[in-house]
Design a protein around this ligand. Structure first.
Ligand code: HSE
Length: 298
């Protein structure tokens, strides 16, 4: 049993347009967390005081792994140092769950495999689309039904792509964004998404701009969520003019994720800076690559 471990867990962007609640990609923006086995109790630092109790997501996942392996709840100290903004659609909750589950598994000498960690954390989060890439890295498709083990598939992502995250200074909670969803969708819109989603793995594997443009379109969730993001229509239109092959709401927003060729990323950010600067909200651009490893010990 190791006494202290330090982890790195990637941010994630779920949905990717057509893949609502199914697809997610890991990005090279990280949460670092140190877990130390102690004689008793729980101590958490590096996050606001209201998140330092047993309901902290990393602590819940840690305890859930202990319950599955039949260990008692041991003392643990968790130190969080995250570059991933909270409530911005970059998977910050899934990252904490993945960190807690991964850390417990390491501390107890790896009794569980990654699929089991995905199952345990999905039972807490409710959907696996951010969790699978946080755990495995790369582009992941996943399916979870209540009470069943989630099934996930992993796809390669072209080295020639970059993911520019445009992050505003206002939050949108997932709960709020899920309330904006329609109760039903039309057969036509379901087919629209299915056909586009089937292009997505090949689009991101090859980096083909035309495929990416088609694959990242969506009629299930983005039309209802766009209104939660001030400036969305303008920013999306300008990002496409500035050379993005595809533009989507990252997860449940408000971050806007633009997919484009690696060599175009710097120029794109300069052009988008001129679009974002006069807006009433402060927006920050991050040029990100796909993280291909997922949660790991460092
Ligand atoms: N698929 C989820 C959603 C991701 O869009 O609501 C955010 O947790």
């Amino acid at each position: 049993m190791s006494k202290k471990i330090r982890l790195k867990v990637p941010a994630t962007s779920a949905n990717l347009g057509a893949g609502f609640d199914a697809m997610g990609i890991a990005l090279d923006l990280y949460c670092y967390a140190t877990f130390k086995a102690t004689d008793g109790g729980l101590r958490i630092s590096g996050c606001p005081a209201e998140f330092r109790g047993e309901d902290n997501l990393a602590a819940r996942a840690f305890r859930a792994v202990e319950d599955v392996i039949g260990a008692g709840h041991r003392g643990v100290e968790i130190e969080i140092d995250s570059d991933i903004p909270v409530a911005r659609g970059l998977g910050s909750s899934a990252v904490m769950l993945a960190a807690g589950a991964f850390a417990a598994n390491e501390i107890y000498a790896r009794p569980l495999d990654s699929a089991k960690l995905l199952e345990i954390t999905t039972a807490i989060e409710g959907h696996p689309d951010n969790l699978a890439p946080a755990i495995y890295g790369g582009l992941c498709a996943s399916v979870a039904e209540n009470g069943k083990t989630p099934v996930s598939a992993h796809y390669p992502v072209s080295e020639n792509l970059r993911f520019v995250a445009l992050v505003p200074d206002f939050p949108v909670s997932t709960a709020q964004a899920r309330k904006a969803l329609p109760g039903e969708v039309s057969f036509k819109d379901a087919v629209f998404n299915l056909s586009r989603l089937s292009l997505l793995p090949k689009a991101l594997e090859t980096g083909d701009s035309a495929l990416i443009g088609a694959a990242l379109d969506d009629r299930l969730h983005q039309p209802c969520r766009a209104k939660l993001i001030r400036g969305y229509d303008l920013i999306r239109a300008r990002a496409l003019d500035a050379g993005a092959a595809g533009v989507v709401i990252s997860g449940s927003g408000p971050t806007i994720l633009c997919v484009l060729r690696r060599e175009e990323a710097e120029g794109f950010v300069t052009r988008m800076g001129r679009v974002l600067e006069p807006l009433e909200d402060h927006w920050v651009c991050h040029i990100l690559d796909c993280d291909r490893e997922g949660a790991r010990v460092i």
